[in-house]
Design a protein around this ligand. Structure first.
Ligand code: GCU
Length: 426
């Protein structure tokens, strides 16, 4: 989860670049300028008939929606491999001053040992009796960034330095730089494990035509890039999260039926897509995920489909760019992505100053998923209006807008832990 220091200037620069010169128009930051729109109905099948029961949702509408998101937004991902090879390369029962057991696991998400080395760091609370629920999240700067523990292995893959700038050095200076955004000790003290992977281990975050990272291992003979409806980087990172869960299922101290997947910003988009596709994730958290994540595309508020596709052409599938400045033609909108997680608990979090991510659009998407959550017998989102700043609403859908900017703040963690206590603790 990224920090304000490293990110703010870069995001602002990207916003300016995407909005300025080339396109001429300023992003919309004024409700009065939001264009009129009609959202697709999550409970209406493509053939026009209505979904009236859980069975029709599960067997017809859910697969239909999943396919639409695959074809038009994130791209299709390969089928899971039969087996994910992994090795525990380091462990200690006395980590973080005795609070936790640390395991460092190397796995290969392609299913073939030696293709791609992905490092997973796992901390489990020593005070636990029996298997624990776990928060699983990708990180932006290497596993060593999440807390102060000199034993954590530094990344060996591509490292980012700002948006799109390539830099291969992972240095000791990265250790602990994101401690504020992870709250590792607090999470462990509350009885949860925490697992993380550096997202660049799965696919480097720049537009390289998909020549490195995980994609080439799945090309058919003669294929050199994904097809227009095949996975981009978000699809790849989400695939990596599911393979991490495959590995966690083999740890007897992890309760793999109680794994919460969490992500911030582009990794919030990724967590939602992972949770939508993989029903093993018991709870899903989107922190400030914005456009292509929890925010409604049709509002065109802050970042838009056109802006995101031009600034980050590798994140989505190529078909998604057909909707640049053409959001009304999208066969889905992002409330339906949240609905794909139903009836599992989902949390959408916004930040007041994070206008680029459209907080109201995130709230309206959570609200738009509510009819599906209710059809499936849950309390959905117990709010009709957007709550005030720092007044969280926790149903089976959770939502808050907190004061401050684009980051995972300690306040966000307090809400996520309370929400997980309610849904995952026995
Ligand atoms: C940029 C991008 C957002 C993204 C964010 C991030 O601001 O425009 O869509 O969420 O980076 O991942 O930090």
């Amino acid at each position: 989860m990224s920090g304000t220091t490293l990110w703010w200037p870069t995001c602002a620069a990207v916003a300016w670049l995407a909005a300025g010169g080339a396109e001429g128009e300023e992003p919309i930051y004024d409700e009065a300028r939001v264009p009129p729109y009609t959202l697709p109905d999550p409970l209406q099948l493509a053939n026009g008939s209505r979904v009236r029961d859980a069975e029709t949702w599960d067997n017809e509408r859910r697969p239909e929606l999943l396919k639409l998101f695959e074809t038009h937004v994130y791209g299709r991902s390969p089928a899971p491999p039969a087996w994910v090879p992994f090795d525990v390369v380091e462990s200690s029962a006395d980590a973080l001053g005795g609070l936790a057991t640390r395991k460092q696991i190397v796995f290969d998400p392609t299913g073939h040992r030696g293709h791609l080395e992905v490092d997973m760091l796992l901390y489990l609370p020593n005070a636990a009796h029996g298997p624990v629920p776990v928060f699983l999240a990708l990180n932006f700067e290497g596993n060593a960034c999440i807390c102060d523990d000199p034993t954590i292995r530094l990344p060996r893959s591509w490292m980012r330095e700002g948006n799109g700038v390539v830099d291969h050095r992972a240095t000791e200076a990265l250790r602990g730089v994101e401690t504020r955004h992870w709250q590792v000790e607090q999470v462990l003290s509350r009885g949860y494990g925490i697992a993380t992977i550096y997202y660049g281990d799965i696919d480097p975050d720049f537009d390289d035509g998909f020549q490195n990272g995980i994609h080439p291992f799945f090309y058919r003979a003669g294929q050199t890039a994904p097809e227009a409806d095949e996975w981009g980087s978000i699809g790849a990172w989400a695939y990596g999260l599911s393979r991490a869960l495959d590995v966690l299922e083999h740890d007897p101290k992890v309760d793999a039926k109680r794994v919460a997947v969490l992500g911030h910003s582009r990794l919030g988009k990724t967590a939602l897509w992972a949770g939508a596709q993989d029903e093993r994730f018991a709870l899903v958290i989107s922190n400030n995920s914005g456009c292509g994540g929890a925010a409604l595309s049709r509002r065109c508020f802050g970042e838009t489909v056109g802006r995101i596709n031009r600034a980050f052409p590798h994140w989505f599938c190529d078909n998604f760019s057909e909707y640049n400045e053409n959001e009304a033609a999208l066969p889905v909108d992002q409330h339906e992505l949240i609905a794909l997680i139903a009836p599992r608990p989902v949390y959408v979090a916004s930040a007041e100053e994070d206008k680029w991510a459209d907080p109201r659009g995130e709230f309206l998407a959570a609200l738009g998923a509510d009819p599906v959550y209710r059809l499936l017998g849950t309390d959905g989102l117990p709010a009709r209006e957007m709550p005030a700043v720092n007044e969280p609403v926790h149903g089976t859908i959770g939502y808050h807008i907190r004061s401050g900017g684009h980051e995972v703040a300690p306040y966000d963690w307090e809400q996520y832990l309370a929400f997980a206590d309610r849904h995952l603790q026995r």
